[in-house]
Design a binder for this molecule. Structure first.
Ligand code: 13P
Length: 246
């Protein structure tokens, strides 16, 4: 299966920096053997789409579940779609833990993505305390149960396992840890589990290949290492090297 390599830029790269990113990324990357995706800030979506000139999908990092209304600072799935997004991150750990997004919110947002025809990339992952307390399985199953019903209405979707303790910390799950968690996610999804499951959390060019080679790991969702075009291109290359590998 072709690997997915996605960059979540979080609150980095405005429209001008975005143009500069792609000027440097384009010559570094060999297209075709990897499914590349970018999640720029909303204000850089247009710049990303026009400046990229590489084969890639573009998405937003968050949506509201309503179509429109008095929700200052929010955008709807329909608006994201109209602006050219085909993907949306839902339930990212920073949305859950910094902005207080709940499992119920995540379910509503997946339903909104389905309604608008966006492909949700739904993020799950446990806190370090939860892992240490042996609650990995229970946490992932609870998170998945909150949105699985809404996934059934999506034409296409992905799930990203991002252990909270590995995000932005330089601490990475081992390929074995990632595989084990992905197997739980797939089992919790049941019949809906035939989708790409990505790993995220301190992915870099040195660990990307081993992570993507692990059973059940269909790609990576990269934060910090997606901000530098040369570094991100090395991760894309690692995914490409696995294309066609059994
Ligand atoms: P880092 O790669 O910076 O750890 O971030 C991971 C992440 O949150 C991607 O969505």
């Amino acid at each position: 299966m072709v690997k997915v390599v996605a960059g979540n830029w979080k609150m980095h790269h405005g429209p001008l920096q975005t143009a500069g990113f792609f000027d440097r990324f384009r010559p570094e990357v060999e297209e075709g053997s990897v499914r590349i995706a970018f999640f720029p800030p909303d204000v850089s979506l247009r710049s990303s789409r026009t400046c990229a000139r590489v084969q890639a999908d573009f998405g937003v990092q968050n949506i509201h579940w309503e179509r429109a209304g008095a929700f200052t600072g929010e955008i709807s799935a329909e608006m994201a779609k109209e602006a050219g997004a085909s993907l949306v991150l839902v339930g990212h750990s920073e949305r859950r833990h910094v902005f207080g997004e709940t499992d119920v919110d995540v379910g509503c947002k997946v339903r909104a993505a389905a309604r608008a025809g966006l492909v949700p990339v739904v993020c799950v992952g446990e806190l370090l305390e939860e892992r240490k307390a042996g609650k990995l399985d229970a946490v992932l199953r609870r998170q998945v149960a909150a949105f699985a019903g809404s996934l059934a209405d999506c034409r296409d979707y992905m799930v990203a396992y991002e252990p909270v303790w590995a995000i932005g910390t330089g601490e990475t799950a081992t390929p074995e840890d990632a595989s084990a968690a992905h197997a739980i996610v797939r089992s919790a999804l049941g019949a809906l589990g035939r989708c790409p499951v990505l790993y995220g959390g301190s992915v870099n060019p040195a660990n990307a290949r081993a992570l993507m080679s692990a059973p059940d790991v269909d790609g990576v969702l990269v934060g910090g290492a997606s901000l530098d075009p040369e570094v991100f291109a090395r991760i894309v290359e690692a995914g490409g090297a696995l294309a066609g590998a059994v």
